[in-house]
Write a protein that binds this ligand. Structure first.
Ligand SMILES: Cc1cc2nc3c(=O)[nH]c(=O)nc-3n(C[C@H](O)[C@H](O)[C@H](O)COP(=O)(O)O)c2cc1C
Length: 363
């Protein structure tokens, strides 16, 4: 077994090459991210729908129990509070913030995250070509894209280089990951789109632009998986679903129980108003889905590809409401994202013990 070494993301040293993936809505907020960073990994705060934080305490206006409009859905005040609380846990160790490119108000939310004290900005679900400009007044902040192909990395590096920046790291996400996917539905199970296949060409592309670390994500569960993906050239790994199985994870107990109760065949692909397929546990929402032409109202105006509820009516659910409901522990109406290995979760452990297990391969 190899010795697992820390990585440098620009100026930021991450003692252990274990990154906790950003998980919205409310799965990776202060408690989870703070504890991962405290224990030597990199914790990632999700900036998605922070309006839901602490029973919508920071939301100025709500309708039907939902944050009203983009301003309240991505509550600046709540994001500040999340960072403040995470800092109380991890001190000045690096903390990342995950902001999907497909959200409305992307630029404003990036700025909020910078002002709230993020050390690293991570963006997927689109090509964040404008990140160098948005972060130009924060020279210590590193910017990290999530990609699923060498082509996407090439486009980003080319554009960022023209602005005088290189990525602090790149996250390579394969189709076993939880949540929104970077590949189309018919590509998700094709061998050429699996993490093991996309990683080597992305590494080759990375070599053309610098030596920033490669972080592999999607379906990584245990030390054996870490060894295998590092053999293919990854410098670090990002885990999402396994961190849901921790006491510190901000998800509701209902969310954790959904994963504990799931079987392999329960983890399915579902269409999403974001425009990418998503991977989730087949709970009541998915079992009863049908396109809905009039009933779904857009309250939170969360993502631009949905076009104020058009996408929601097409797929049969609103992404903000459904992920919000999962966070609130509403089993019937919630959407419970999970990686393909979510059914392997058998117990809830502490973040420290999970990181120790991954580092030492001892339980
Ligand atoms: C519940 C859940 C929510 C997620 N939300 C986001 C998100 O908001 N932004 C993002 O970039 N990735 C998101 N992801 C992906 C994770 O950050 C991570 O990269 C991925 O889950 C890794 O695969 P694994 O779950 O098999 O470990 C989410 C994953 C899960 C399970």
């Amino acid at each position: 077994m190899r010795e697992l070494k820390g990585i440098k993301i620009g100026k930021h040293y991450i003692e252990k090459p274990i990154i906790q993936g950003g998980m919205g809505v409310g799965i990776s907020w202060d408690q989870l991210a703070g504890n991962v960073s405290k224990n030597g990994g990199l914790g990632t705060i999700s900036a998605i729908c922070t309006g839901y934080y602490q029973n919508m305490k920071f939301v100025k206006k709500e309708v039907d129990g939902r944050p009203l409009g983009t301003e309240n859905a991505y509550s600046r005040k709540a994001l500040f509070e999340i960072f403040k609380n995470a800092r109380q846990i991890c001190g000045d160790k690096p903390l990342a913030c995950n902001i999907l490119h497909a959200i409305n108000d992307y630029e404003r939310v990036v700025n909020d995250a910078l002002e709230a004290g993020a050390n690293i900005i991570v963006t997927g679900a689109g090509l964040p070509l404008e990140l160098p400009r948005l972060t130009e007044n924060y020279p210590d902040v590193e910017i990290v894209p999530i990609v699923s192909s060498a082509r996407a990395l090439k486009i980003i590096c080319k554009k960022w280089k023209a602005a005088g920046r290189t990525p602090g790291a790149v996250i390579v996400e394969g189709p076993k990951s939880g949540g929104h996917q970077g590949a189309k539905y018919n590509e998700l199970f094709a061998p050429e789109h699996q993490l093991e296949a996309i990683l080597p060409p992305i590494k080759e592309e990375r070599d053309k632009w610098g030596d920033f670390p490669i972080i592999a994500a999607g379906g990584i569960w245990d030390r054996e998986d870490i060894e295998k993906i590092m053999d293919l050239g990854a410098d670090a790994v990002q885990l999402g679903t396994r961190f849901i199985g921790t006491h510190e994870c901000d998800a509701s107990p209902v969310f954790k129980q959904v994963l504990l109760d799931s079987k392999e065949e329960d983890i399915v692909i579902v269409s999403s108003p974001v425009g990418y397929p998503g991977r989730a546990v087949k709970t009541n929402l998915i079992k009863t889905l049908e396109p809905d032409t009039k009933k779904i109202k857009c309250i939170s105006n969360c993502i631009f590809p949905c076009n104020r509820g058009e996408g929601a009516r097409r797929v049969g659910y609103c992404i903000a409401d459904s992920l919000g409901d999962a966070y609130l522990g509403r089993l019937q109406s919630g959407l419970f994202f999970s990686g393909a290995n979510g059914y392997k979760l058998k117990e809830i452990v502490h973040v420290k013990d999970l990181i120790d297990e991954l580092m030492t391969n001892e339980k």
